[in-house]
Design a protein. Sequence first.
Length: 299
Amino acid sequence: MAPISTPQTPFGRVLTAMITPFTADGALDLDGAQRLAVHLVDAGNDGLIINGTTGESPTTTDAEKNDLVRAVLEAVGDRAHVVAGIGTNDTRHTLELARQAERTGAHGLLAVTPYYSKPPQEGLFQHFTAIADATELPVMLYDIPGRSGVPINTETLVRLAEHPRIVANKDAKGDLGRASWAIAQSGLAWYSGDDMLNLPLLSVGAVGFVSVVSHVVTPELRAMLEAHVGGDVQKATEIHQKLLPVFTGMFRTQGVMTTKKALSLQGLPAGPLRLPLIGLTDEETAQLKIDLAAGGVQL
């Protein structure tokens, strides 16, 4: 049974876009995934995004994606929202992944803007509508034009919000002005998808985060959110400023690479990366240690 949610916070407030642990030979590490999921939920996450870009979804098979969702559900499905990333740039394939996730028991779907193809806004509307029609699961859109090449325009978001199963948006657009208008006009539950903008997005109406840095600072992110919601803006700002070195350090290079290194430094499941991603250099690792230490992360 899925954890309690509300229309305002359909997937909770603090979610981690979880990495996918691999074994030393590059195979899927399901035991490691379960241990990491338990660690993250124990740390204060309301939910986990499985098979997103941070989970190296471009390099995992459909069967691996299904096995991973099933394993994480078994580990934490009674305590946290398990949301399956199902986005591709092929609508038919995306619908297959959505139905697979529903059969396996996922609590929701994350659907990224189709990448590389650069569809027009009407194509985006039809793509996301087809996803929402394909299952009975709630859908979180994922707007990240820096990766996809195409933003979901505010007008399109407003149209999509009319669908009863499109309930949220993960915003990695990096535009607070557009976010302000879209939140006000669409009524979607808004989740920050850009860790540096977690607090600023709360100030214009976001309800929570889908975070990468939460792999290592979930308690701090939750404390920041709770301070903001409780009206203690000064405390929230202080936590945000303390975390600035972490926000910077985790994205000096590709975020999955730094996250897996940070987890391995903490003795948590991570493993190697699948090409084209590669491990950090010694110099990059040394800088990451400096950045994390500056933000109070214990290694």
